[in-house]
Design a protein around this ligand. Structure first.
Ligand code: PBG
Length: 339
């Protein structure tokens, strides 16, 4: 650091307090000063790392649309648990690729399902890890929709029943948090009452409360093999145009018993992260989704962005907007950089 920066005596051309402006730069003179006045800090303990688990042995397949992310078999979870512990990330969000898909997503609520097995394995490897399970049918249904069908109609209440059944099965496997992402109406109430009835009254629900029908889930659909086989998700996920309705969705999930609420995606919806923060007192999660991750990775691969700075800036923005926790594929790397 130069004399000029440390002494503060030079370079002010004689302008005094009456110069008619404030010298904001006084507190930007060094890393330590900037650290003192930083309003937002990233902490690996706020990160949730998504994991894709699949059947088989010795599998660690990179997801081509999400460089640096993998589909892993159960035996490879050791490595994940070790990595996460080493960098201080203490929560994961599990997604599963079933052995077989069918009309009603049977493996989602099978006690021997891939996610049920992964929960047991992870809790055995690291009991202090917070294991969150995404609850939805789209990974498990042959048609790729988040609920069950009558013709081409996605049935609401029948789907909620299966989501509740899935939740109880995951609770029994040892999940720490149940996270419904399907966007059926009334699913938080349905899941809450099923969990309570099965002796899991103490288990929290993280509701994907304001989840938008977003193009930014594109890369994930390859990761989870969950693209709908006809139509799209606009009949149940939210219209990106609607901010007031997002507040209504969040409020309803809280009424139904959610313990943590979520805005998803994160970066194009930071106004709603902020609005939810101001309006509700529950813990707030933001999901920095696959497309947000892959866009950045692609730009980095082209040499257009400096990865470390861009990632930390994006995550800081999400935190500054008001998120308490961030679900992000950058979690491991960001945590390493923050150490
Ligand atoms: C399942 C689900 C999706 C995501 C999380 N849970 C896909 C979707 O709704 O289409 C997206 C996550 C991401 O893009 O990173 N319903």
């Amino acid at each position: 650091m130069s004399m000029l920066e440390t002494s503060g005596r030079k370079g002010n051309a004689g302008l005094g307090a009456d110069a008619g402006f404030r010298r904001f730069r006084r507190l930007r003179r060094s890393e330590a000063l900037r650290g003192l006045v930083a309003e937002t800090r990233l902490d690996p303990r706020d990160f949730i790392y998504p994991l894709f688990v699949r059947h088989g042995d010795g599998i660690r397949d990179e997801i081509s649309s999400m460089p640096g992310q993998y589909q892993v078999s159960l035996d490879q979870l050791v490595r994940e648990a070790d990595d996460l512990k080493a960098v201080g990330v203490r929560a994961v969000l599990l997604f599963g690729l079933p052995a077989q898909k069918d009309e009603v997503g049977s493996e989602a609520y099978d006690d021997q399902g891939i996610v049920q097995q992964a929960v047991r394995a992870l809790k055995r490897l690291d009991p202090s890890l917070v294991v969150i399970t995404d609850v939805c049918l789209c990974d498990y249904t042959s048609h790729g929709h988040c609920g069950v069908l009558d013709g081409e109609e996605i049935l609401n209440d029948e789907s909620v029943e299966l989501l509740a059944r899935t939740s109880v099965s995951l609770a029994a496997a040892g999940a720490d948090i149940i996270a419904p992402s399907d966007m059926m109406d009334g699913r938080v109430a349905g899941i809450r009452s099923a969990l309570d009835g099965a002796g899991f009254a103490g288990l929290p629900i993280m509701a994907y409360a304001a989840k938008f029908a977003s193009a930014f889930y594109g890369p994930f659909r390859e990761a989870a093999d969950s693209a709908p086989q006809f139509g799209d998700r606009r009949g149940y996920q939210m219209d990106p145009a609607n901010g007031r309705q997002a507040m209504a969705e969040i409020e309803q999930d809280i009424v139904e018993g959610a313990d943590i609420v979520m805005v998803k995606p994160a970066l194009p919806y930071l106004d709603l992260v902020r609005a939810a923060r101001e309006r509700f007192d529950l813990p707030l999660a933001a999901y920095n989704v696959s497309g947000e991750y892959s866009m950045l990775k692609a730009a980095v691969a082209n040499g257009w962005l400096e990865e470390r700075r861009a990632v930390l800036e994006a995550l800081t923005g999400i935190k500054r907007a008001g998120a308490d926790m961030i679900i992000t594929y950058h979690a491991k790397e960001a945590a390493r950089w923050l150490a």
